[in-house]
Design a binder for this molecule. Structure first.
Ligand SMILES: *Cc1c(COP(=O)(O)O)cnc(C)c1O
Length: 395
């Protein structure tokens, strides 16, 4: 059996998205800036896609800028709001310790340019404390950027409350909502979100597509100079097939959101209950305030990378949820941020499901995983030490 439980990394392209983009590749291949009929047809579908994506997050089409993905949207808004703040003498930026690297590395770059960055703690449950944001904001703060839902442990932040606190102090609020859009209901106006990043390939669109929402009235600096695309702020001929696929995928995800979430949550909870039967295992992040499809675990006495390889041999695509590449022994910054000791963080496993998965796949993973963990433990000197120290029992 082949099981894809790595939907937080990327998703398959849905039939709906594929069928929507094919005409833009075959017959309707015009450049939206051309004045002839083919160009105008391209311009029409581009407008339509902008209307669709904007309305599905509660924004106006004129507030939406198409990008190459979530990383680009994050880089763009964070850098621009920082520079804008500096012109008014505001050089302090606030975020959290467990953001995506598209945010953290942008903040690192800005720190080198003289900005001061505060990373709020996310505590053992993987949640920001609103009062800690309140206390961290100063009269120098230019921007608060906090992710909607975490890509490794799935925890969902109290975004509406965090935006309200930022506004109380007159500070701009951005959220990296890449893991949330298409999976959780979002209304940027009702929630007071000033800017939001999204990515098409996390909800069955295609890779290399995304968008930045930025509230009207904010002077957003240009990202790419050139033509008049994206109101002159992000030049370059639009990726119309990708944009159309993203809009179609998001429409489908939002149309079916409630039933998808219910079914995926039920599968996730069955998976979590089954996996936690394994001795010396733990669920990472709040058990309830988490994405419908996210199940993140740590197994003591196991190396996450070996676990992945064994699962792969059994036909299961998963992730260690760690930034660990071969040759690097650094555990995930997310798992360290929720206070896990390095040796525990090394034994991490992220299983991310979505609506294309089935209960049979959950059963299959529950059949294979315990044996794999046990085999690896029986080969592990760390596990042996734990038995000797009495923190684990042989089984
Ligand atoms: C995937 C992801 C990104 C990056 O999006 P791309 O479209 O791949 O650039 C950013 N933030 C989060 C939370 C993500 O999960």
């Amino acid at each position: 059996m082949n099981v894809y439980f790595d939907n937080a990394a990327t998703t398959s392209v849905s039939e709906t998205a594929l069928n929507a983009m094919l005409p833009c590749l075959k017959e309707n291949y015009g450049n939206a800036s051309s004045l002839h009929a083919l160009g105008q047809e391209a311009n029409r579908v581009l407008d339509e896609a902008r209307q669709t994506v904007a309305s599905l997050i509660g924004a106006n089409p004129s507030e939406l800028y198409f990008t190459s993905g979530g990383s680009e949207a994050d880089n763009w808004i964070i850098t621009q709001m920082a520079y804008q703040g500096r012109r008014k003498g505001k050089t302090h930026l606030i975020s959290t310790a467990f953001e995506h690297h598209a945010v953290l590395h942008t903040l690192k770059k800005l720190e080198k340019e003289g900005f001061e960055v505060t990373l709020l703690p996310v505590h053992e449950d993987g949640l920001v404390r609103p009062e800690e944001l309140d206390a961290a904001i100063t009269d120098k703060t230019a921007l608060v950027t906090i992710m909607y839902a975490n890509n490794e442990i799935g925890t969902i932040q109290p975004i509406t409350e965090l935006a309200a606190i930022s506004h109380k102090h007159g500070v701009f609020f951005h959220t990296d909502a890449v893991q949330a859009v298409g999976h959780l209901p979002i209304d940027v106006k009702a929630q007071g979100i000033d800017a939001l990043s999204l990515s098409g390939h996390k909800f069955h669109g295609v890779k290399g597509t995304g968008a930045l929402y930025c509230r009207k009235g904010v002077l957003l600096g240009n990202l790419i100079e050139g033509g008049a695309q994206e109101r002159g702020k992000r030049a370059g001929t639009e990726n119309i097939p990708g944009i159309v696929a993203m809009a179609a995928a998001l429409q489908e995800a939002c149309d079916n959101m409630e039933e998808n979430a219910a079914r995926v949550t039920a599968m996730r909870d069955k998976l979590i209950a089954g996996v936690l039967q394994i001795p010396n295992s733990r669920l990472n992040g709040d058990p309830v305030k988490r994405l419908p499809g996210n199940a993140s675990f740590c197994f003591e006495g196991v190396e996450g990378e070996s676990l992945l390889l064994r699962l792969d041999l059994a036909g299961v695509c998963a992730s260690s949820g760690s930034a660990c590449t071969s040759g690097s022994l650094d555990p995930s910054h997310v798992l360290l941020a929720i206070g896990l000791p390095t040796e525990v963080a090394h034994g991490s496993l992220r299983l991310t499901l979505d609506e294309v998965n089935t209960e049979e796949e959950v059963d299959y993973v529950l059949e294979k995983l315990p044996g794999i963990v046990r085999t690896l433990r029986n080969m592990s000197p760390v596990w042996e030490d734990m038995i000797e120290a009495g923190t684990a029992q042989a089984y």
